[in-house]
Design a protein around this ligand. Sequence first.
Ligand code: GGG
Length: 355
Amino acid sequence: MPKFRIAVLAGDGIGPEVVAAAIAVLEAAAAPWGGVFDWTRYPWGTNYYFEHGQMAPPDFLDRLQPHDAIFLGAVGHPKVQDHITLNGLLLPIRRRFDQFICLRPAYLYDGVESPLKNKRAGEIDMLVFRENTEGEYANIGGRLYAQTDHDIAVQTSLFTRRGCERIIRAAFDSARARPRKRLASITKSNAQGYGMVLWDETFARVAAEFPDVATESLLIDRAVMEFVRRPESFDVVVASNLFGDILTDLAAIIVGSMGLAASGNIDPTRKNPSMFEPVHGSAPDIAGQGIANPLAAILSGAMMLEFLKLPEAAGAIHQAVRDVLRRGEPRTADLGGRATTAAVGAAVADAIRRG
Ligand code: GGG
């Protein structure tokens, strides 16, 4: 078994707490294969920013390049504007390593209550493909006459035929491989008459190659309504960078908690390291208290194991998480419990060792 070189960016707030719990679980899951991971921890994030005036050193992307994967906790600090933390660390990684697929599953586990009434375990089961390298996150624009009465801001969304086609195609491939074979595309092409019309046209063109996949195209305002009204009807969903981000917070909440939402930022060509991170942010309101839910980070770790082609180890984590959630304890406050991050992490690791 090769050793996998994993870059760990625990980051800010609850990031280090959930990452520590997740690494212990990943070690437990991979133990039958011997010492599988070579973890390298990088102290980048807002503490680094306070000391150096930037989120990471100038060569940080070159230093990440040789790794097999990146495992990230969270970035963000109440004393630093979020566009600085995002553009200083997270977004350059996604772009430089061409992690154009942001994969975000949302599944209603047995033992977890949806805020939507009468939803049974497994009834909500969707996989969102978020475009991850362009769209509304392209960071193209500028300010003129900043901080004066004439302040002007221009922010441009970027949609390319190549960018639309590759994420839409990846979503179709995934939908075809799933039992329900359904794909929903979400835009706002009535108002965004250039970029999102290009998206819609690309979706229609690629759809012709997948006659076995049932499709629907929804505007984002209708989509948020339908996520609440008929979430069980969604299987695979594909959306732009911004809409994918917003939709997956909604998807996380209807399956019980942001504390369960995992994600992978994937370069499917494997030329570059892919990055795995919980969807949640740094949660400064609970940071340092040891009460954050580590399951989103743990499930992101399982996605990393799948990507590294360790499906048995990933399966062991999924089974252990299912067991712990079904049992009902220990669980953290976001799921109605009182347990600590460490206790939930230890319960999952124990379930893996017993399993
Ligand atoms: N878990 C990573 C994290 O801290 N995410 C916070 C965030 O604001 N992410 C923005 C995004 O994914 O677009």
